[in-house]
Each structure stands twice: as C-alpha cells, then as structure tokens.
Design a binder for this molecule. Structure first.
Ligand code: GDP
Length: 506
C-alpha cells in the first residue's frame, strides 16, 4: 500500500528561521543525522546543496530543492522555496506544486512583507496554512498581539494549538492546549530534550491560557483545509520546541494531494493515468553534466521508471529512464512515484516550466504564469565572437524561468528582464561560470514589457506603428517594450483591440 503523501512548503520572511526549521524537520523525520547539514554556517554554508557560487557568496538560497522524508507512516515532500524576495516568481511556481504550507513568523517581528506576499499567493490557490511563531526563547511580542495581528493582516481565523509559558529570559516551556502537558527546556542549552510535565501554572500564566482558550476559534480541520483558519503553534526551531508537533500536525490535518486545476477539467489524484506538471527547470545542476533537471509534480497515477510521457502541445513522448527522487540531500533514482511526489527528469532542454506531462497528452495543467519583468537591461557582449554562446545562455536561463529574454525586432541588442535585482547578479555570474561569456548589463531604453494578444490585424497595426518597441520572447511570442508603465496605459488606449498582458500562461 502506498503511504499517504504530504507535499508542503515553508513560507517566511528572510531570517525568521526557515532554514533552521527545515533542518529540524528533516532531523525529526530521520532524513539527516546531524542537524546543521542543510545549511552549515560559515564556509560550508549550504555546501552540499549548492551548485552556485553566488549562493555561497551571498548566503542566500537561490535554488529551490525538494526534500523527502518518511515519518510514522506518512511520506513528506518538503519543497524549499527561495527565501529572497527577488525570487518571488520562482517561489510562486513552487507554491503551485504544494498542497499546504507552513508559515514561519518571528515572534519579535510578526508578519513581515515577504510573509505577506507569499501568503497572498497561497490564498490565491486556497493552500491551507499552519502557522509557526518561532523564537519564543527570545524576547518577543505578546502571543495575544501576534495572534491578533495574524488574524487582522491575513483575514483568517486563528486557533492557538499550544501556548508559550513566558518568553525570552522567562521562557519556561510550551503548553499543549488540548492535553495540558508542558514541554520543558533542559540543561544549559535550554533545549527541549523530551522533558514534559503537567505541573500547575502560576496564576499569571493560568489566566493567560484561559484567555487564549476562550478568546480564539477552536481548531476546525475543515476550516483549515478550506484556507479559512490557521492553527498556530508557538515554538523555537533552534531549541527544538515545535518541529515534532508540526510534523504531527501536517500528518493529522494537512490535505493529501488535491485535484489540480487543468483543462479540460481538474485532474483528481485518483485518476489512473499518470499526469504531472513541471514547476521548475534547473540547468547545470551538476557541473560535470550539462543536462537540465525538470522538477515535475506528479498529479495522478502511479509513475514507473521507464514510462513514456508526452509533453502537452509540443514534442514526442519521452521515456523517463532515470527519474530522480529527492531523499533529503541525496538524490536517488526513483522506481515508482505517487501523486504528490516530485520527480526530477533529466533532459536536454525539451522540458519547460509550465509543461504538462502525461501518458495520453490530452490534459493541460493551468495556472503557472510568467510575470512581466520589472527590470530590463541590455546585454552588452565583451567578446563579439561569443554571440552564439550568449544566445544559448540567455535561452537556457529563460527556459529555466530565471530571467526572461527579449529579442527586439530592430537591432541586435538583446534585452533581459527580471523581477528582482538579485537575478541580474545571478545571470552575470552564471554567464561567466557556466558559459564562459563575459558580458555587461547596460540600462535599456525600456522600463517594462507586456505580452500582446489580439487579432492578427490589430497586432499588425501595433507592430507597424511601433517597430522599435516590438520584440519576441524565447518562445516567439510578441512583446511590447515600454518606456514606462504610463506608456503601457497610453498605448493600450490607442490600440483598444490589443490586450497588453502582465502575465503569460504557458
Ligand atoms: P531563514 O533566513 O528564515 O532561513 O532563517 P535561519 O534559519 O537562517 O535563521 C535566522 C537566524 O535566526 C539564525 O541566526 C538562527 O540561528 C536564528 N534562529 C532561528 N530559529 C531560532 C529560534 O528558535 N530561536 C532563536 N533564538 N534564534 C533562532
């Protein structure tokens, strides 16, 4: 019998403790034996999962990976979302591949900008959320204030599942509100090592707990799964308060793989045919091999090694002989995979972000958009003999969804577009390291881009009257490059039959 699946991501603002929590979840799940392997500090920071120099230099997780572990008869797939705000697009796509999320909040900071953005993405797709208020071992804001903020800012019902008995210097443990048991810190490290008791609380804390139980919604599994209520766990990832409870909560309450939006109809996980979609492509993961890995979320059917899958809309069936499963840090070859699982499919560039793969090629998963870039730059090549390499590199990275590339109709100055500044550094660094192309980025005469759609005559008129603003993207779709958002509005008014699109769905 196949084990139940929980495919989830952790969303948070940088520094709230996502990496620490990830480590601890993997540790509790038995996937790593030494907490600290996920992102070792200092020189070895993320050493094992890093392929890119820039990550080490900046200490930012740029790549999103997949970590799989099994605990008490449940199989967990944890999708790592890049934490940096510049990578919201990549993060967005990763969130299309999960069934639920854990939102980590710093007890001293509450809801921060990035948490909120990611939350909005989850809400768009009705992804249910378990909240973890981290760092209660430090001075933080009052738990009541934090709960009220979550409820107000996110417009959700909140249901505290446990309660911190003091914070910071006063921290005496965490009480489970249903059993009344208190987990206690021990030793000089003040970590949780298994000590629990039911010693009565002092008046002050007894009163707090009573208020907490009376003042907030009771946990309701259906409301949580509908995305209307978030259970809230207080804890400290660093001191081992919380990770085990979160795993238990995910096992008990988080949704198993859900039907996925698709055309002509949503695909249910118990549909017998194998279907999935690619939410991420990564080139050059391994410097020894120049292949790409396409990360596919399996949506239905039982995948078996060697199976032939067809990308919808383009290409011939491909036989997947060496699919990769992701057991924590070690990539393993998969023989079988089930709905909710992520498999890595090595390929030479045939697979793109947003592709649907299926046995019969008659479905298409929807909702994996490209976003209009907010920063445009002209790529200046230092060595003109490297034009071909540059084009290949820009195409590769566009394909991975790291940056977008636009080839203007006039002139040979290729333009790249990104959603955030950091992607520019990643681009230059990879051009240099992986493609041996020295290039510089110059200001572009444009500020933003829109995909254009409409009937042929309208598009022709637009193109003829604005030739210097017309370009093609990687897939030959027509794009209008604008000097400002204002210009987009102005032109849109003049060409009412043309639609100017800020996202493009593949
Ligand atoms: P990320 O940026 O969200 O991945 O955050 P990290 O896991 O790297 O944590 C950021 C900082 O907060 C690090 O210095 C951690 O050691 C620290 N940290 C994480 N969790 C806790 C916690 O529960 N208590 C305390 N005191 N510090 C923590």
């Amino acid at each position: 019998m196949t084990l139940p699946r929980r495919t989830f991501a952790i969303i948070s603002h940088p520094d709230a403790g996502k990496t620490t929590l990830t480590e601890k979840l993997l540790y509790v799940g038995g996937a790593i034996h030494l907490a600290g392997e996920v992102k070792a500090r200092g020189a070895n920071r993320r050493a094992r999962s890093d392929w890119m120099k820039i990550e080490q230099q900046r200490g930012i997780s740029v790549t999103s990976s997949v970590m799989t572990f099994e605990k008490d008869g449940v199989f967990f797939n944890l999708l790592d979302t890049p934490g940096h705000e510049d990578f919201s697009e990549d993060t967005y796509r990763t969130l299309t591949a999960v069934d639920s999320a854990v939102m980590v909040i710093d007890a001293a900071r509450g809801i921060e900008a990035q948490t909120r953005k990611l939350f909005e993405v989850c809400r768009l797709r009705s992804v249910p959320i378990i909240t973890f208020v981290n760092k209660v071992d430090r001075e933080g804001r009052s738990p009541f204030e934090l709960l009220d903020e979550i409820a107000d800012v996110l417009a959700l019902d909140v249901s505290p599942m446990n309660w911190p008995i003091g914070m910071g210097g006063e921290f005496e443990g965490i009480m489970d509100l249903s059993s009344g048991r208190i987990s206690r810190p021990e030793g000089d490290s003040r970590t949780f090592q298994g000590k629990q008791d039911e010693v009565p609380l002092s008046d002050r804390f007894a009163e707090e707990v009573e208020l907490a139980q009376a003042g907030y919604a009771e946990f309701d599994g259906a409301a949580y799964r509908a995305g209307d209520l978030t259970p809230v766990y207080f804890g400290s990832a660093l001191k081992d308060f919380g990770p085990a409870e979160l795993i238990a909560a995910l096992a008990a309450h988080a949704p198993p793989p859900r039907p996925q939006p698709a055309e002509p109809a949503p695909v249910s996980p118990d549909n017998g045919e194998v279907t999935g979609f690619v939410f991420k492509v990564q080139a050059n993961m391994d410097p020894q091999h120049r292949d790409r890995i396409a990360f596919m979320r399996l949506c239905s059917g039982t995948f078996k090694r060697g199976m032939k899958l067809t990308p919808t809309g383009h290409g011939k069936p491909i036989a997947v002989h060496s699919p990769i499963l992701f057991f924590a840090q070690d990539r393993e070859i998969a023989d079988e995979a089930f709905p909710g699982d992520i498999i890595g499919i090595p390929n030479h560039g045939t697979l793109r972000v947003g592709d649907t793969l299926s046995e019969r090629a008659d479905v298409r998963f929807t909702g994996l958009p490209n976003f209009a870039p907010e920063i445009l730059r002209r790529v200046a090549l230092k060595d003109p003999t490297k034009t071909k390499q540059l084009r290949k590199a820009l195409d590769d990275m566009a394909e991975e969804g790291v940056t977008q590339v636009f080839y203007p109709e006039i002139g040979s100055n290729w333009i790249i577009g990104v959603v955030g500044q950091l992607q520019l550094d990643v681009l230059l660094s990879r051009l240099d390291a992986e493609y041996k192309v020295a290039a510089a980025l110059e200001p572009a005469p444009f500020d933003t881009a829109r995909w254009v759609a409409g009937d042929a005559a309208a598009l022709k008129e637009l193109a003829e009257q604005n030739r210097s603003a017309m370009a093609k993207d990687r897939d030959d779709n027509p794009v209008f490059l604008a000097k400002s958002a204002w210009e987009v509005g102005y032109i849109a008014e003049r060409y009412p039959k043309v639609r100017f699109l800020a996202t493009r769905e593949r």
